[in-house]
Each structure stands twice: as C-alpha cells, then as structure tokens.
Design a protein around this ligand. Structure first.
Ligand SMILES: Nc1ncnc2c1ncn2[C@@H]1O[C@H](COP(=O)(O)OP(=O)(O)OP(=O)(O)O)[C@@H](O)[C@H]1O
Ligand SMILES: [Mg+2]
Length: 263
C-alpha cells in the first residue's frame, strides 16, 4: 500500500508555502521555580518558523527542547519574551484562550503516543474534533481520511492496547492531523519505536510535510533530524545553530513512493 494524499486544499497550501511566517519567538525565556531552585530552561530563544517548513530540534538532555515545544504548543507560557502565532500575540493568553487556539491550530505527537486506552482507534482520532462545532458527517469523513493517511482504517475499532507501538504512533499521527492544524509538533516521535517502525513514522511525517503540513520535531537521532529541511541545535536553553538544508517542501526523489508498513 502507498500513502496517498489527494486533498485539493493541501495542494493549494503547498503553493502558498515557502513564505508566510507561522511562528515567531522573540527573546523567549522560561524559568521554573521549585523549592528555592530556579531552573533557567530557556534563555533568550529567537526562532521563526515559516509555513511549509520541516524543522528538527536537537540537543543534549535537559537543554530545553520539550520546554520549547510546550511553549510552541501553548501548553505552557514563557516567563518573558514574545510569541506570535500566525501574527497573533499568544504569549500571555488565559488558559482557556490557549486551549481554544491549541485545539484548532496545533497537532501534537508524543514519544509515549498518549492514546486514551478505553477509546477505540476511531474515537481517539475523533477526539480533537469533538471540542468544536462540526457535523457528525464531517467528523466521520475527516477521521476516515486521517486513518487512511496513516494506513490504519483496518484497525479503526481496535483499542490501543491491541496495537503495536508503531501502529499506536500512526494513530497518534492521525489524531494530530485530523483537525488540519497549522503546525504539527512532535516530541521524540520515534523514541519508543524500533528502527523499522521509526522509519515508517518518519516516512509518514515526510509525506505529510510534502503535502503541506508544517512540522517541528524534537529528536535525539541524527538520522531522523536529517529528514527535516532545517536543523536547529539547542544547548543550555539557547539556539546554538540553525541550518537550512533544503527549501521548504522540496521534494526528495523518493517522495510519493514510500511504502507504509501495515502490520
Ligand atoms: N515542570 C518543571 N519544573 C521544574 N523544572 C523543569 C520542569 N520542566 C523542565 N524542567 C527543567 O528544565 C530543563 C529543560 O527541560 P526539558 O524537559 O525541556 O529538556 P529536554 O531538552 O527536553 O531534555 P530531554 O532530551 O531529556 O527530553 C531541565 O533542567 C529540566 O529539569
Ligand atoms: Mg524532552
């Protein structure tokens, strides 16, 4: 089976890629205060991510990668600095306002998959759509398409515990993209997978990117970092190096020809 993306919207999005600024961080700091200890997790981070980019973030353990992703994903707020998401200042919104934007505009993939055990695959993928107004038919169509993208329609009625790690992560990818987010944030998405399943998930991300999704992925693994078009190296709460290796949405020769492992 081959991954197929026929969405017209996605193609249009690709044409508008290569440009508009999606995320702009200016002097972001994050300090955690615990029992008289101050941890400076982020110190003056400046980062701009444009629509259609595929950015990988690497760096030693404790350098602030997850903290940065949490701020990008509006799960946490910076101690200082400015965060513009699609031109809107979102650094210091209320928890409710952040949750609202997060549900509409941001998709997450975690190392530990984070699927809900007593919901089926279908229900897990449907979950992000249940927070907003959408007809049952529209929801059904979106869930169906998201499951098709990751090759998991045949397991729609299974519970996560019955799936392999690779399958669970593919369901998590479907859940992350079902709402058509502005950006997909992934924190070590292959961290709990063997290399075959890791490669399959990476192929899936690459294919999503090729079809217009903007991705920001934290990874320890240099092989996977190289899938991205831009690699950001962090050290001690700062961006140490930011290298563009390809223009956004440049298609590698094997694009569109990746097999997806169905197990
Ligand atoms: N909720 C918290 N309370 C206190 N300190 C925290 C909290 N979250 C993170 N930290 C500290 O902030 C620093 C950055 O942590 P972070 O989880 O962002 O690192 P990381 O780069 O993702 O590391 P890893 O590669 O191990 O996942 C660390 O020193 C960590 O101990
Ligand atoms: Mg981390």
């Amino acid at each position: 089976m081959w991954i197929e993306f026929a969405s017209r919207d996605r193609k249009e999005l690709r044409m508008t890629a290569n440009g508009s600024t999606l995320i702009q961080l200016e002097g972001i700091k994050k300090v955690f205060y615990t029992d008289d200890v101050e941890t400076h997790a982020l110190s003056e981070v400046y980062l701009t991510i444009r629509q259609g980019e595929y950015v990988s973030i690497s760096g030693p353990s404790g350098c602030g990668k997850t903290t940065l992703l949490s701020i990008l994903g509006l799960l946490d707020t910076p101690t200082a600095g400015t965060y513009l998401l699609e031109g809107e200042q979102v650094s210091h919104l209320s928890t409710l306002a952040r949750a609202e934007i997060r549900n509409r505009r941001i998709g997450f993939i975690y190392q530990a998959f984070n699927l809900i055990g007593d919901l089926t695959v279908y229900e897990n993928v449907e979950l992000p759509l249940t927070y907003g107004p959408m007809s049952h038919v529209d929801r059904q169509g979106r869930v169906q398409r998201a499951l098709e993208k990751v090759g998991m329609t045949h397991r729609a009625q299974h519970y996560p515990a019955l799936l392999s790690g690779g399958q669970q992560q593919r369901v998590a990818v479907a859940r992350a993209v079902v709402g058509d987010p502005a950006i997909l944030l992934a924190d070590e998405p292959t961290g709990n997978l063997d290399s075959t399943n890791g490669e399959a998930v990476m192929a899936l991300l690459r294919e999503l990117h090729r079809n217009g999704v903007t991705i920001c992925m934290v990874t320890h693994d240099p092989r996977y970092a190289n899938h991205a078009d831009r690699t950001v190296q962090m050290f001690d709460g700062r961006v140490l190096e930011d290298v563009v290796t390809a223009s956004p949405n440049t298609e590698p020769p094997w694009a569109g020809k990746l097999p997806i492992i169905l197990s």
